[in-house]
Design a protein around this ligand. Structure first.
Ligand code: FAS
Ligand code: PHB
Length: 398
């Protein structure tokens, strides 16, 4: 069977937020790119994930020309609430940092990027099977091969952007002796539920409770997203909607539980929690961005935001290369991205360690629980401690 050959400047593997944002930024800078995605558009949109955007991500989406609906439908939040010992403690993000966060679901970000890409005329291949990358060394000639509809294809490119997530092919293709993998797996998961019910509170509530962590988040004034910490042995089919709502109410203060509007789940899923960083993020003409290069526990709302800042650094480096024939930005990509990634990893690990109940064999035990209680008590007494949390939650500078 003959192979159909294609050519572009940047081959992007993955049509999640990282791949689509990079593709859009490059297209608007006049840099031709092709996005290859193994799944269908509907499958990608069906994954319910992040909900909170930092200003850096909002700014990049504006740069990509896809911020109109976000500003029309998104919810700017000036504060966030932590609940401990049945008491609500509001952290005034805007008063402490001058910044706020934007509550706008990843599904909507992805939809906006998909729509923009469709209008841009750039090539996107969905349901690309057997994607493989080749010859990405600095003096090589990068190629991507795949099959679709029984036809084999080959794409020649100057660079490959691995935006294919934690389980993607790009990082897995890097020889083991060329990459360092740093990982910590947490002994629990998050059971998430999406419902067309009004949010229980105007801002997000992160709950520390002896039965386990809970989070009250939202997608709009009529759509809510809730999470409860669960065992890694749990299966989503073990949890009826009624069981979920009952457990969430047990972890909320009575006054908040009384306001909780329950309803049928639109989506319910269990996400494992891990901290993960691959180093470096650049291999010749291959670059890793987003979940392909790192994972954070979602407690700090950093996953999608880190993907955006990676893409921002990579876009700047590629523009510098194509406009000035300088590799300086690309040479600095990995170090610049990793500097921000590790600070977000620290914050996400800290928030996870502070807010979750660890099994007896884990971090907590009696002494660990007292450390959590002392840290939370100090947090609620100290403006300095609240400022540290606020600075990290709204996002450190790029
Ligand atoms: P993605 O994983 O989103 O996208 C990668 C894309 O590459 C996918 O569409 C995949 O199909 C495709 N792909 C993979 N292998 C391929 C191949 N071989 N060929 C072609 N395409 C391939 N972050 C938060 O801030 N808050 C949350 O609550 C939160 N919840 C999450 C829950 C889950 C279950 C997961 C997995 C992540 C969650 N995240 C959360 C993090 C999430 O938002 C990521 O940070 C974000 O999706 C990163 O986007 P991408 O880097 O584009 O990776
Ligand atoms: C969400 O709305 O899905 C969400 C919000 C904040 C987090 C994690 C998830 O820290």
């Amino acid at each position: 069977m003959s192979t159909v050959t294609h050519r572009t400047q940047v081959a992007i593997i993955g049509a999640g937020p990282s791949g689509l944002l990079l593709g859009q930024l490059l297209a608007r800078s006049g840099i031709d790119n092709v996005v290859l995605e193994q799944r269908s558009p509907d499958y990608v949109l069906g994954r319910i994930r992040a909900g909170v955007l930092e200003q850096t991500a909002v700014d990049l989406l504006a740069e990509a020309g896809v911020s109109r609906r976000m500003h029309a439908e998104g919810l700017p939040h000036d504060g966030v609430v932590l609940c401990f010992d049945g008491q609500l403690h509001r952290i005034d993000l805007h008063a402490l940092t001058g910044k706020r966060v934007m509550v706008y679901g990843q599904t909507e970000v992805t939809r906006d990027l998909m729509d923009a890409r469709g209008a841009s005329g750039q090539t996107t291949v969905y349901e690309a099977a057997d994607v493989a990358i080749h010859d990405w060394s600095l003096d090589g000639a990068p190629r991507v091969t795949w099959t679709a509809g029984g036809q084999s294809h080959e794409l020649h490119a100057d660079f490959i952007a691995g935006c294919d997530g934690f389980h993607g092919v790009c990082r897995a293709s890097v020889p083991q002796d060329a990459i360092t993998l740093n990982e910590k797996v947490y002994p629990f998961g998050w059971l998430g539920l999406l419902s067309d019910t009004p949010p229980v509170h105007e801002e997000l509530i992160y709950v520390h409770h002896e039965r386990g962590f809970a989070l009250c988040s939202q997608r709009s004034r009529t759509r809510s997203r809730y999470y409860v910490q669960c065992s890694l042995q749990d299966k989503v089919e073990d949890w009826s909607d009624e069981a979920f709502w009952a457990e969430l109410k047990r972890r909320l203060p009575a006054s908040v539980a009384a306001d909780l509007v329950t309803g049928p789940s639109l989506e319910k899923s269990i996400a494992p929690l891990r901290s993960f960083v691959a180093e470096p993020l650049r291999f010749g003409r291959l670059f890793l961005a987003g979940d392909a290069g790192h994972i954070v526990p979602p407690t700090g709302a950093k996953g999608l935001n880190l993907a955006a800042s990676d893409v921002g650094y990579l876009w700047q480096g590629l523009v510098e290369h194509y406009r000035g024939a300088s590799m300086a930005g690309l040479d600095a990509y990995s170090q610049r991205a990793l500097a921000r990634i590790w600070k977000a990893e620290r914050f996400s690990w800290w928030m996870t360690s502070l807010m979750h109940r660890f099994p007896e064999t884990g971090v907590t035990g009696p002494f660990g629980e007292r450390m959590q209680q002392a840290e939370l008590a100090y947090l609620f007494e100290s403006k300095a401690a609240q400022t540290v949390l606020a600075e990290n939650y709204v996002g450190l500078p790029m």
